[in-house]
Design a protein around this ligand. Structure first.
Ligand code: URA
Length: 245
């Protein structure tokens, strides 16, 4: 696997080029950074499909989804399944949502143009190797409910990594992990981390975004830590990364 993601080709590039037009609902979205499409494997080797919500600042810069704090929490969750590469991630929405997943956002998500296009995308991502679909958060859970292709697949509906309180979030994730593990084959040479989460996220519970998930030429710090950590004057790690970044 190259140490960067060369980007989509073929059916994925065409489908993303034909994305739905968000103009009529643009008041609810941060349109300026454009659509952010995915992260992970598009070559048919993904065995787990991850569904998130919508991109934020880190994703805008990286041009891949789930790379900031929420993404690093998801990456840590995947480590607990023994997955370091055989996954692909898409969001409910292509653009950053203003505000929360509320009734209006759910109506937008269920509108024909957005829903049908997204269902086609999820169909494209599904292969004979798909072992599980993991929906993180209320928006993503609605996505699987609206997707006919989900029937017959193992689906886990769990809380979003940015859920406001660590305690209930990590209890929810701890409860879901054993069931998901029975469906998901770890990547070769990777042992699932079966240590349960505690009551709060620790730094070790987050995993860096693997370089093969990021585009060519990004600085080394991308996909590691958060803004507060990266820019703290006391962070030796940031300083050493910055020397060649
Ligand atoms: N949260 C999500 O659900 N998706 C992203 O891409 C970033 C944060």
């Amino acid at each position: 696997m190259p140490e960067f993601d060369p980007g989509p080709t073929g059916a994925f590039a065409t489908h993303w080029d034909n994305r739905p037009n968000y103009n009529s609902v643009k008041a609810r979205f941060r349109m300026n950074w454009g659509p952010i499409y995915y992260r992970g494997r598009l070559d048919g080797t993904a065995r787990v499909i991850i569904i998130g919500q919508d991109p934020a600042a880190d994703e805008n810069v990286a041009r891949r989804i789930l790379v900031g704090s929420a993404g690093q929490r998801v990456q840590g969750f995947l480590r607990k399944l023994g997955l370091t590469k055989s996954y692909v991630m898409v969001n409910t929405f292509l653009y950053g949502l203003k505000g929360q997943i509320d009734a209006e956002a759910k109506t937008i998500s269920a509108s024909a143009s957005i829903k049908n296009w997204r269902n086609q995308l999820l169909d494209l991502l599904t292969t004979g190797q798909t072992e599980a679909v993991i929906a993180f958060g209320a928006g993503a859970q609605q996505v699987v409910d609206l997707w006919p292709g989900a029937s017959g697949l193992f689906v886990a509906k769990i809380l979003h990594p940015s859920f406001r309180e660590d305690g209930p979030l990590l209890t929810n994730w701890n409860a879901a992990l054993p069931g998901i593990r029975t469906h998901v084959t770890p990547d070769p040479g990777v042992t699932p981390d079966t240590t349960p989460y505690g009551s709060k996220f620790k730094k070790n519970d987050l995993a860096d975004i693997p370089p093969p998930d990021l585009p060519f030429g990004v600085p080394k710090w991308m996909g590691t830590g958060d803004m507060a950590w990266r820019t703290s004057p006391t962070q030796i790690a940031w300083k050493s990364l910055a020397t060649d970044g």
